[in-house]
Write a protein that binds this ligand. Structure first.
Ligand code: PEP
Ligand code: MG
Length: 576
């Protein structure tokens, strides 16, 4: 038995068998062959197919983004045309009697290992490029067209996935039916893989270096998302103790499920909507309007992931329309495309940035690509005639962006009007407050929009200057940092002065110790993972807002994070 401890990503207990996902070079099967000519033909076809795809991406990127960005793909094509590299693999077919995909995998490993020893960031990047190209060729040789899902092809029933890292796209592509949780070596507590885990009610541990080294395929693994503990090959005693906690938790979960249909009002009569965050296909499919007060955040970027090209207007319209109708008149806040940062789309051909979270993401990207933006705005507007739809712009950092985004919305409205399409002329427009810049001018922003939603996941990382994806600075990425808490007060004051509602859709909306503070500040909506709704509604129903207000002012005046955290914990503990 071994025990390890990582960061608590998503709460819950998971029991299962380890499936390892190393998103490095795809390891193909190794089998005997005796004919170089056959392998040569297979390789030629695979390389041609890869080249055709890269060529397509290169042209598309050059036309839609720019020549410089298209160079990523021309560089990949150059690697693909490297005769020496592929000849090295082919030359081994006959003497070693091995299949070509295995030999490419082996050659690639050697090259990557050589590059890894060099202390040169550029060459390290190049190693990653070589790996990508080889993976592509290997996949073609194996008859696959798209990268496979991390847990695809396993016959393990209850999977605990152990990975180096999980990108949002990989998380989206995972087979959820058998997944009981995951552990990653890298990643922070608000990475999108974690957000997805919460949406699925799956426990997740992140930021656990050495996980891949210490867990072997088929190991029995227990994960505790509340403490970050991972138990590998537990002995009987540890297993029994864990099972006890697991069963208790399952019982509590069913109680919360019942509570999700309740009215969430404080004891002194303040109502707080408890909405859900949705986005991936799984949460959209399972959305149940009876178990929440609406959708406080629809992360539309997931519609753009796992596909090989931009989803068109009609495709998007059908998805938005479906969810707006199923919401039965409850609000559906659709956030416009938020890619960049940790969410990358291969077909978009985005330029590699050294600081992607400070780069061209979200509204910045949409304003730079009006064609994509317009398609989405038209789809949202058309869907607005089927329910209570609101539109929200992410990553706003100045008033000009709001004006420009609203102009784009007006343009989309005009074109629909000309076509005689039906839509809500007065669709409410909101913004995410998730940059310190937006907090500082929230008084002005409040006059320009109909509602605010605080994106605390990003806001915390920008205020504390601690990357939300980087496990080594997670101790600084602290929701109880007084700058974060005071920013919330600032936003609440600006919203109140203009009489607009404000909500929170980042992960702190369901951080129990902080919910009393949000209620005291007058939050009108908390948007959380579907698995958290019941718990938060029950919590709100135990509060008395007027009593909490002075206590919270006292906390905001404290001079230490630990002091504030302890005081918040004490308040939570003493709620009736
Ligand atoms: C946030 O930043 O808090 C947020 C809800 O947006 P995302 O996590 O998708 O960046
Ligand atoms: Mg955000």
């Amino acid at each position: 038995m071994k025990k390890m401890k990582g960061l608590c990503g998503s709460p819950g207990y998971g029991i299962g068998t380890a499936v390892i996902w190393k998103n490095t070079t795809t390891k193909p099967p190794r089998y005997a062959v005796d004919d170089r000519a056959t392998e040569e033909t297979r390789l030629k076809r695979a390389r041609e197919a890869c080249d055709a795809r890269l060529c397509e991406l290169e042209e598309k990127t050059a036309a839609e983004v720019g020549e410089a960005e298209a160079e990523i793909f021309s560089a990949h094509r150059m690697i693909l045309s490297d005769e020496t590299f592929f000849e090295n693999a082919l030359a081994r077919v006959e003497p070693e009697r091995l299949n070509i995909e295995y030999l490419i995998y082996d050659e690639c490993r050697k090259v990557v290992a050589t590059f890894a020893e060099l202390d040169d960031a550029y060459l390290k990047e190049r190693a990653a490029d070589i790996e990508n190209v080889c993976n592509d060729v290997i996949r073609r040789l194996l008859g696959e067209s798209a990268p496979s899902a991390p847990n695809a092809g396993t016959d393990v029933e209850d999977v605990i996935l152990v990975a180096g890292n999980l990108t949002p796209e990989e998380t989206v592509r995972m087979d959820k039916t058998k997944l009981r949780g995951f552990v990653t070596e890298k990643g922070g507590i608000t990475s999108h893989a974690v957000i997805l885990a919460k949406a699925m009610g799956l426990p997740a541990i992140v930021g656990l270096p050495g996980a891949l080294e210490n867990v072997a395929p088929q190991d029995k693994v227990l994960i505790d998302g509340f403490t970050g503990e991972v138990i590998i090959q537990p002995d009987e005693e540890a297993y029994k103790a864990f099972l006890g906690k697991y069963e208790k938790w399952k019982k509590l979960e069913s109680q919360y499920e019942l509570a999700s249909c309740l009215h969430s009002e404080t004891r002194d009569g303040f109502h707080v909507d408890v909405d859900v965050n949705v986005g991936d296909a799984w949460s959209i499919r399972d959305f149940d309007a009876k178990k929440c007060d609406g959708i406080g955040l629809f992360r539309t970027e997931f519609i753009y992931m796992g596909v090989s090209d931009y989803p068109g207007e009609d495709v998007q319209y059908e998805i938005y329309k479906d969810i707006a109708s199923r919401a039965s008149g409850k609000e559906v806040i659709i956030r416009t495309l938020d890619v960049g940062g940790d969410k990358q789309l291969e077909y978009m051909g985005l330029r590699k940035e050294s600081n992607p979270f400070l780069g061209c993401r979200a509204i910045r990207l949409c304003l730079a690509r009006p064609d994509i933006f317009n398609t989405q705005l038209r789809a949202i507007l058309r869907a607005s005639s089927h329910g209570n739809v609101k539109v929200m712009f992410p990553m706003i950092a100045n008033l000009e962006e709001v004006r420009l985004a609203k102009e784009c919305l007006e343009k989309a409205k005009r074109s629909l009007r000309e076509e005689g399409a039906v839509f809500d002329e007065n669709i409410p427009v909101g913004i995410m407050v998730e940059t310190p810049a937006a907090v500082f001018i929230s008084d002005q922003l409040a006059q320009a929009v109909d509602f605010f939603s605080v994106g605390s996941n990003d806001l915390i990382q920008y205020i504390t200057a601690a990357d939300r994806m980087n496990e080594s600075v997670q101790h600084l990425y602290d929701s109880c940092n007084l700058s974060v808490l005071r920013s919330m007060r600032e936003v609440s004051r600006s919203a109140a002065a203009c009489g607009i509602p404000w909500g929170i859709c980042g992960e702190v909306a369901s951080e129990e110790r902080l919910v009393p503070l949000w209620v005291a500040l007058g939050v009108s909506e908390l948007s959380v993972a579907p698995s958290q709704v019941g718990k938060i509604k029950q919590l709100v129903r135990r509060m008395d807002r007027k009593t909490l207000e002075p206590e919270m002012e006292r906390i905001l005046d404290m001079d230490s994070i630990a002091g504030a955290r302890d005081a918040l914990d004490a308040i939570l503990e003493n709620l009736p």
